[in-house]
Design a protein around this ligand. Structure first.
Ligand SMILES: O=P(O)(O)OC[C@H]1O[C@H](O[C@H]2O[C@H](CO)[C@@H](O)[C@H](O)[C@H]2O)[C@H](O)[C@@H](O)[C@@H]1O
Ligand code: UDP
Length: 465
């Protein structure tokens, strides 16, 4: 049987809980099959050896973790720079926040070439290689240049915007053409697939082939949607842990006479956090029955804080939360509890179960796993309500959530009010439908359907050659 080799920028010990959707999802799916996980160690060193340092390997159960450190300049140009100040904002439709500094591209190319050079000697001929996310788009092209002939698939965890937004990236053609070095490209939603197909045909001159394949100049790639899911069983087990139970019981007794609304995100401008606070303020103004009754618990875990846009967001949010608490709060009640810290994953199920409403309201999101976790954590006899942005990838699947437009402050306040007063029967009906979807399209489905398609895809391209 072929070995699975996963490559991603961020990597975590699969046996330990991690924050951040990609690390959680890959840890869970690798644990199932075993294999090799290659990526950045998370360490930044001031003096990087020329040509890259050593690869550190260690085992975690049936998974070998292989990591490399990044030099300070590479970290700043490849990770903070091209990945998080060019690709992240553009892929989340935020051209206003993109910084097209030419130094960044050089770092991005250098680190992708370094990943390929360091990974190459560890590969076996019949490995299946699965590359993840925007940090590593040109990795397959680099591996092919070193002679790798293995099957290579790519999964993009973030949204893929329409062609005219992508085309704002000065090197968009180079970047997108490098996807032809993969056998299969997986995206989170059908909307992303449509954008990608359209880009390929209009900007690279590729032609559409059967089976969602595009080809240009003798190269071809299949592009399909594989919405990522969660490990439902693992999350349920986490919910049975004493930490989850304690969190739940403490919050339930503290909020026995009040309604708790919950948000859990990385502190990222794509997550629509200030828009959510404004909508909550609007709720208190328009529907005063919520004053002294509703509390918004907002967990915003620190993320990429050296990138300017993230530091600005933090300031804006602190201002907004301070103002709403100052204007509406009293000695016994504060409308917003804002926590700028990462909450241990084992506490997430309890937080979700104790909350009457979850506010998952990103301006754009590849998927959003918190939405799916919230559904699984609910008591089916008395479930809470998921208020979900129509711009989260998850909205394509979770049609029975209460869908809102996060740019519409009044509309969102109305949505929250409806959620807070939703009759039990409707809550149960919506929850049943949501749970069915989350259980069916779980992490195992995601992994198996991607890898099955990759297997078939490489056979199709080999027979076409
Ligand atoms: O690694 P960081 O820079 O600290 O950021 C954390 C991760 O954020 C992004 O997660 C995405 O993947 C999730 C799982 O597919 C998805 O639900 C979510 O919508 C995405 O935003 C990023 O894509 C990862 O590479 C980062 O590791
Ligand atoms: O303080 C926090 C914040 C987030 N998470 C977890 O991190 C993941 C976030 O994934 P999501 O897809 O929602 O967003 P991302 O951060 O990957 O963009 C989810 O499993 C959350 O439960 C966590 O454990 N603690």
């Amino acid at each position: 049987m072929s070995r699975l080799v996963v490559v991603s920028n961020r990597l975590a010990d699969p046996r330990k809980p991690a924050a951040g959707g990609l690390a959680v999802a890959l840890g869970e799916s690798l644990q199932e099959s075993g294999g090799l996980w290659f990526g950045w160690s998370g360490n930044v060193i001031d003096e990087a050896p020329t040509g890259g340092g050593e690869v550190h390997t260690r085992s975690s159960g049936n998974v070998t973790l292989a990591t490399i450190d990044l030099g300070r300049d590479d970290y700043e140009t490849y990770y903070e720079g091209y990945s998080n100040s060019v690709l992240w904002p553009v892929f989340h439709y935020r051209l206003d926040l993109a910084d097209f500094n030419t130094r960044y591209l050089a770092g991005y190319r250098r680190v992708n070439a370094l990943f390929a050079r360091q990974l190459r000697p560890m590969l076996r001929d019949d490995d299946i290689i699965w590359v993840h996310d925007y940090h590593l788009i040109p990795l397959a092209a680099e591996l092919r240049a070193l002679g790798c002939r293995q099957r290579i698939g790519f999964f993009l965890h973030v949204p893929l915007p329409p062609s005219l937004i992508l085309a704002a990236i000065p090197q968009h053609e180079w970047l997108m053409r490098s996807l032809f070095a993969y056998d299969l490209v997986g995206l989170q939603s059908e909307a992303d697939v449509n954008h990608c197909m359209r880009y390929m045909t209009t900007e690279t001159g590729a032609t559409l082939q059967p089976d969602q394949r595009v080809s240009v100049a003798g190269a071809s790639v299949q592009i399909m949607a594989f919405p990522i899911g969660i490990d439902v069983e693992e999350f349920r087990q986490l919910g049975r842990s004493s930490e989850a139970q304690n969190t739940y019981e403490r919050l339930r007794s503290e909020y026995s006479r009040r309604q708790l609304l919950l948000g859990i995100d990385r502190l990222d401008y794509s997550k629509g956090i200030p828009q959510r606070v404004r909508a909550f303020r609007e709720l208190l103004e328009r529907y005063p029955d919520n004053v002294r009754s509703a509390t918004l618990l907002m967990i915003a875990s620190p993320s990429r804080d050296a990138v300017n846009a993230y530091a600005d967001l933090r300031q804006e949010l602190e201002g907004l939360c301070g103002a709403i608490n100052g204007d509406f709060g009293d000695i016994e009640w504060m409308p917003v509890r804002y926590i700028h810290r990462t909450v241990a994953r084992k506490r997430v199920p309890g937080l979700c179960r104790a909350s009457r409403v979850a506010l998952v309201t990103p301006l754009r999101d590849g998927m959003n796993l918190v939405a799916k976790e919230y559904v699984v954590a609910q008591d089916p006899d008395d479930p809470g309500v998921l208020v979900l942005s129509r711009f989260a990838g998850a909205a394509e699947q979770l049609r029975d959530a209460l869908l809102v437009n996060p740019y519409d402050t009044q509309g969102m306040a109305e949505g929250i009010q409806i959620a807070l007063h939703m009759p039990l029967e409707e809550r149960r009906r919506r929850h049943r439908a949501l749970l069915e979807n989350v259980e069916r399209f779980d992490i195992h489905w995601w992994r198996e359907s991607f890898l099955r398609a990759l297997q078939r895809s490489s056979q199709t391209s080999a027979s076409a050659a």
